[in-house]
Design a protein around this ligand. Structure first.
Ligand SMILES: [Zn+2]
Ligand SMILES: [Zn+2]
Length: 220
């Protein structure tokens, strides 16, 4: 684990979605990223630590990334942050759930809107917010330079990229986001994705079949 961040991963059984808890310092504040199907386990971990949860941060507003917001916020209340361009998707979460035939407790409204290149601070740690549209209009990634990690949601995965066939998706926009906002991170940055195992910028640039030059000329 690089830097002062502790990272815990919680993978949901139904969607295989990765949620994360980050703690700044050995004892310090927690933030939750994309609470999904394992929100109860996330709340257990926060409560057991005795440290506060100070924010719920959403990379984007698809059902699998927000289905645990209501349950987590009920146990350990914290303000919810979402890019405003994904607010329509967020408000349509009940319809997303109906589409998948999936039960959902509607999440409370977001408290704060992310903006591009915002510095989000918690405890003594800082995350750079980068707007990376394409998979959804208001998708963001969260980057910690000192820890050498980025939480990239459904923008890029080990060996794949996010789908763009859902409402608001745009393949050209996604490729531009990856080229300009992900592949420009330092090579050894660990990428924590919304699905699947962690990877690195260097590995995806070299081996991701969607990022080789013949596909949209998208290598950085
Ligand atoms: Zn998604
Ligand atoms: Zn997802």
């Amino acid at each position: 684990m690089a830097g002062p961040l502790t990272i815990r991963t919680f993978t949901s059984n139904v969607f295989g979605q990765n949620a994360y808890l980050l703690r700044c310092g050995a004892a310090g504040e927690w933030v939750a990223i994309d609470p999904g199907g394992e929100a109860a386990a996330m709340a257990d971990e926060v409560e057991a630590s005795g440290d506060p949860l100070t924010a719920i941060l959403l990379t984007h507003a698809h059902l699998d990334h927000l289905e645990g917001v209501a349950a987590l916020a009920e146990r350990v209340p914290a303000p919810i942050h979402l890019h405003p361009a994904d607010r329509p998707l967020y408000d349509a979460a009940p319809q997303q759930a109906a589409m998948f035939g999936h039960p959902l407790r509607p999440p409370p409204p977001p408290d704060h809107g992310f903006s591009d290149e915002q510095a989000f601070r918690f405890g003594g740690c800082e995350l750079e917010i980068r707007h990376v549209p394409g998979h959804s209009p208001g998708h963001v990634l969260l980057y910690s330079e000192p820890a050498g990690v980025a939480f990239v949601g459904d923008v890029v995965f080990a060996g794949s990229i996010g789908r763009t066939d859902l409402p608001g998706g745009d393949l050209q926009q996604l490729m531009r986001s990856i080229r300009e906002r992900v592949l420009t991170l330092p090579d050894d940055t660990t990428l924590y994705s919304g699905h699947g195992p962690p990877t690195t910028v260097a590995r995806e640039r070299a081996t991701n079949p969607f990022l080789v030059p013949h596909f949209g000329g998208s290598r950085a």
